[in-house]
Design a protein around this ligand. Structure first.
Ligand code: OGA
Ligand code: ZN
Ligand code: ZN
Length: 415
């Protein structure tokens, strides 16, 4: 088999509004993200395909090349037998394919056909696979598919969170995109000028996804209560903290909607836990390492619950960057560590606490009725000043959302 060059240029194809082909000649890849030529990947005409052992080497008009293992190409066939045409999910099972040995040897392709907009492969067993040239270009091995999500941006001195008008969020894709982007990027965003109506927070959440329930229920009321089972339900000040660090998976995104804030005090503050951790790593690397490497106990108990985990304060990803902060001084359980580690751990904890309180990275605001704050509870810490319930009423309604739903919302809006 030799390299086969593209014949003359085929006409370009466009996506319909939902990514569907707008003519019957475009290759349908069972993929809703944009991929067709002239849209996501201009200049991605395919010009050559050359077999090289167990791989197929592709070249596009813009000079990009890609080496595709034959087994990958077979696994990604998007025909109706290999991908369910309604669910878009994979039906093909590599495990049951008699062609496997041949794919592994590199003699599994009987015919290769290259056109500007597509690659057609006829396999040794007669199965035909068609691939859109732009789709392949986006997915060439070794090149990460471009993320549709904003990367986390650490707060610098003078950081001010994004404000979006409630009406923009409720009525426009652009408003919701701006809000979701800010929550994912900064871990904090505000919605302004919403109605002073109970359950507005539930209406807002419904636009994004189902709420995440906890031992405090689904949608919860934050106000001073007669028999509180949690510090938030008192009038005392709340030191900067993350919610529910005693859960294996603490809730991702917290929404707090202000209905009334007439009491004296009760001002809110926030800080970027990732930025504080980075500052600690630079200033006191040993303290950083102790907090990252030492799991400690977090625990909540009331009549019906005893929810506990043992995790570090700073959880690092495989590259050593903070992935999650668990910091909540009243939910922290008995410190169960060897005596010599206890002293070092407390010293490190104080160092981090000091970074968290750094006024340069702290955002302070007083929530107005009709205003909502949203934050990434696994990155950004929140707190409030004590308030005096005798001077007026303070009432917030809150709930949690999964980050997956915010990310999904952005990806869908980018189609
Ligand atoms: C909470 C909380 C902050 C506030 O409910 O978890 O921290 O402003 N509330 O009352
Ligand atoms: Zn197929
Ligand atoms: Zn809280």
């Amino acid at each position: 088999m030799s390299a086969i060059d593209a014949p003359e240029k085929a006409p370009a194809h466009d996506n319909g509004p939902f990514g569907e082909p707008t003519d019957d000649t475009a290759v349908e890849m069972a993929e809703l993200r944009r991929y067709r030529r002239g849209e996501a990947t201009p200049d991605s005409d395919l010009i050559a395909a050359e077999p090289q052992g167990r791989r197929l080497s592709l070249r596009w008009a813009n000079g990009d090349t890609g080496e595709f293992p034959l087994m990958w190409l077979r696994d990604h066939c998007a025909c109706a037998a290999c991908r369910h045409p309604m669910t878009r999910e994979r039906l093909y099972k590599l495990m049951d394919d008699p062609l496997w040995a041949s794919l592994d040897r590199g003699d599994a392709v009987a015919q290769i056909d290259v056109a500007a907009d597509r690659l057609t492969l006829v396999w040794a067993d007669g199965h035909v696979s068609r691939f859109d040239a732009g789709w392949l270009h986006q997915r060439r091995p070794g090149h990460e598919l471009e993320s549709l999500l904003p990367p986390a941006r650490p707060w610098c001195e003078g950081f001010r969170p994004e404000h979006v008008a409630h009406a923009d969020f409720a009525e426009t894709d652009a408003g919701r995109t701006r809000w979701v982007t800010a929550v994912l990027r900064d871990g904090l965003a505000l919605l302004d000028d919403g109605p002073r109506e109970l359950e507005t927070v539930s209406r807002i959440a419904e636009r994004i996804g189902p709420m995440r329930s906890t031992n405090f229920g689904g949608r919860f009321d934050v106000q001073s209560k007669p028999n509180p089972n949690n510090a938030a339900y008192t009038a005392i000040g709340l030191e900067l903290h993350t919610d529910l660090p005693n859960w294996r998976q603490p809730p991702d995104i917290q929404l707090l909607y202000c209905l009334e804030n007439a009491a004296q005090g009760g001002e809110s503050s926030f800080t970027d836990g990732f930025a504080a951790a980075e500052a600690l790593r630079l200033r006191a690397p040993e303290a950083f390492q102790i907090l990252a490497r030492t799991p400690i106990d977090f625990r909540f108990q009331d009549e019906g619950h005893d929810i506990a985990v043992r995790e570090p304060i700073i959880d690092l990803d495989a590259d050593g960057r903070p992935r999650e902060i668990r910091f909540n001084n009243w939910i922290r359980d008995t410190l169960s560590l060897p005596a010599d580690v206890i002293e070092a751990w407390y010293a490190a904890y104080r160092e981090f606490w000091q970074e968290l309180r750094d006024p340069a990275r702290r955002v302070e605001l007083t929530l107005a009725p009709g205003q909502m704050v949203a934050f990434d509870n696994r990155r950004v810490l929140h707190g409030r000043n004590a308030f005096d319930p005798n001077t007026g009423k303070r009432h917030l309604q809150g709930l949690y959302l999964d980050r997956d739903m915010l990310e999904s919302h952005l990806r869908v809006l980018s189609r």
